[in-house]
Design a protein around this ligand. Structure first.
Ligand code: CMP
Length: 143
């Protein structure tokens, strides 16, 4: 079954949005198979955001994502990568539609509340960067 990596960013944790965000994915019907509150080291941040290295916002991105705790999650379900991206809304909250997480809770592209993998390859890479296999729980979920 398809898996994706989602992360409530430091602004979302500070604003008390973890429960709301988890609830949206639960109600949609996806299965939570791993989660943890954690702080990200500069090394992990640079590796996670390696594709953005060299871009003008890279340093501020690393500074921000390491500035406070994040809530890292792995979700499982049919087409979960693309559906989670739709539920998150566009990267820039100014362009994100109401009803999406960023449309409802974000204001700026830097502090955009949540990160989600954009492809199968990045999901696999990001899950293995943030979670050990024993931290992912396989179980049967009805409904
Ligand atoms: P995320 O999905 O976590 O992936 C890369 C992040 O870079 C993105 O969300 C934004 O929060 C952040 N970012 C900061 N500035 C910019 C920018 N000018 N354009 C795109 N992304 C940006």
């Amino acid at each position: 079954m398809e898996k994706t990596f989602l992360m409530v960013k430091p602004d979302g944790v500070q604003r008390g949005l973890v429960g709301e965000i988890v609830s949206r994915f639960e109600k949609k019907g996806f299965k939570l198979i791993g989660s943890k509150l954690m702080t990200i080291s500069s090394e992990l941040a640079s590796e996670h955001y390696a594709e953005h290295e060299g871009k003008p916002f890279f340093n501020s991105l690393v500074t921000f994502i390491t500035s406070g705790p994040v809530f890292a999650m792995v979700w499982e379900g049919e087409n979960v990568i693309a559906t989670a991206r739709q539920m998150m809304g566009k990267t820039n909250p100014q362009d994100a539609l109401p009803g999406t997480i960023r449309g409802d809770y974000g204001l700026t592209v830097g502090k955009n509340v949540i990160h989600g993998s954009d492809s199968t390859e990045s999901a696999e890479r990001e899950i293995s960067l943030f979670f050990n296999t024993e931290e992912l729980i396989e179980y049967k979920k009805d409904g």
